[in-house]
Design a protein around this ligand. Structure first.
Ligand SMILES: Nc1nc2c(ncn2[C@@H]2O[C@H](COP(=O)(O)OP(=O)(O)OP(=O)(O)O)[C@@H](O)[C@H]2O)c(=O)[nH]1
Ligand SMILES: [Mg+2]
Length: 397
């Protein structure tokens, strides 16, 4: 009997000790998980300094073990890798104004050059020839250059005396007129009445900035409150899809991709399908710029568009042109226009060229407006094209 009582006492003590150990162990694990990103320092008790009143000891209610709530299953869940914080893209309004210095740095020879020439005391034949040459060098194109010079000549003659302000105003007006203010430069990116997302196809030869533009445009749309799905129809290189996906992840847009070397048309089709399923506003489809043969590229592009159109008409076909390639861009524009109906031009790399005149030339060539311009490699360096703001940047206002 004594042995039994002793055994019971030993057992009770042992259970108590084990329970104590388990509880302390669990309590240690129930520390709040560190929030990813933000580092919150625990409040460190401050040592009282000389001359300070001693603080009254804080009366913290002592909790019993039973009162301590254990968050469910905290210890079982391995810490998830911190999701990268989504970026908040810049609003689109006033972007061209913000980016104007990029433009004027590279376009000095055009706008400021013209103004300097027009301001000469004597506007003789040599000066007019220099004005003409400035425009041609900036890739404005022969016919538009001739038109502009003729108009400037007439108007300057009428002016008689020329103040710098008058000349600036006159040149501003004529350049804006040359670029044109009638065209609809808005992008059709809003969801259709039947709930189908707007579909934007981004095309162009390799290296002009298609993927970058798709990414930047995705950001613009997200900033405007749109839900965007990206389609990586450049299956020629896996890296192309990765590049697009990275852009999407930064702003929380999903990317639909296929296997490397897969059928671009089917990726594009799936992207629109996904956009419909997700109730997206806009589906942006990035296409390949390089293939083994040019005919192959064009055939493929035609097919991408036809297949996507099984869901409904494509809303925008944006041709991306690299402004630094000048007249070469016009040749590309012609080839693409034969295969797909281009609805807008994106002129990239205007930050790195003095050939801003290509804006005029390419619009004339295709009869399609420039809708967006790229002014740098930064994520928000894409601006809606506004003729007056563009000319302001060229010649100063
Ligand atoms: N300075 C400057 N660089 C730009 C601009 N737009 C694009 N780029 C750069 O141009 C390079 C090519 O851009 P991508 O977007 O990869 O071109 P892509 O047309 O998709 O090329 P492929 O997929 O190979 O056909 C990248 O280094 C971009 O950062 C711009 O507006 N200004
Ligand atoms: Mg690309």
């Amino acid at each position: 009997m004594e042995y039994v009582i002793l055994a019971v006492i030993i057992a009770v003590i042992a259970i108590g000790a084990i329970a104590g150990l388990v509880v302390t162990g669990r309590r240690r694990k129930t520390l709040p998980p560190k929030s990813p990103g933000a580092v919150i320092a625990p409040p460190t008790p401050r040592e009282p300094q000389v001359g300070e009143e001693a603080a009254a000891p804080t009366e913290e209610p002592v909790q019993t073990i039973e009162e301590v709530e254990l968050p469910a299953a905290v210890e079982e869940v391995p810490a998830a890798p911190a999701a990268p914080a989504l970026e908040v893209p810049e609003p689109t309004a006033g972007r061209l104004v913000r980016l104007r210095s990029r433009l004027s740095r590279s376009q000095n020879s055009l706008g400021k050059g013209l103004l300097t020439l027009l301001s000469r005391e004597r506007l003789d034949e040599d000066t007019w020839e220099e004005i003409e040459e400035t425009l041609l060098v900036a890739d404005v194109g022969v016919t538009p250059t001739q038109e502009l010079v003729d108009r400037l000549r007439t108007r300057v003659k009428v002016l008689g005396t020329r103040t710098p302000e008058e000349l600036r105003g006159l040149l501003h007006e004529e350049l804006v007129a040359l670029i044109g203010t009638d065209a609809d430069r808005s992008l059709k990116t809003a969801k259709h009445a039947d709930g189908r997302p707007a579909v934007v196809l981004v095309v162009g030869v390799n290296g002009v900035g298609k993927t970058t533009t798709s990414g930047k445009l995705g950001r613009v749309l997200v900033a405007d409150g749109r839900k965007v799905v990206l389609g990586a129809a450049d299956t020629f290189r896996a890296a192309a899809a990765d590049q697009l996906q990275t852009w999407g992840e930064r702003v929380g847009a999903a990317t639909v991709r296929g296997p490397e070397g897969g059928d671009p048309a089917s990726v594009a089709f799936d992207a629109v399908k996904e956009g419909i399923a997700e109730g997206a506003d806009t589906v942006l489809i990035d296409t390949a710029g390089r293939l083994h043969t040019k005919t192959g590229l064009m055939d493929e592009l035609g097919k991408v568009k036809r297949v996507v159109e099984k869901h409904g008409p494509v809303d925008e076909v944006l041709l991306v042109l690299d402004a630094t390639t000048g007249q070469n861009g016009l040749v590309q524009a012609r080839v693409f226009a034969e295969v797909v109906d281009i609805t807008g031009i994106v002129l990239t790399k205007l930050d790195g060229t003095a050939k801003g005149g290509i804006v005029v030339a390419v619009q004339r060539e295709l009869g399609v407006p420039v809708k967006l311009i790229g002014l740098g490699e930064g994520a928000d360096d894409l601006a809606p094209f506004e003729p007056a703001a563009f000319v302001d940047a060229l010649i100063g206002d």
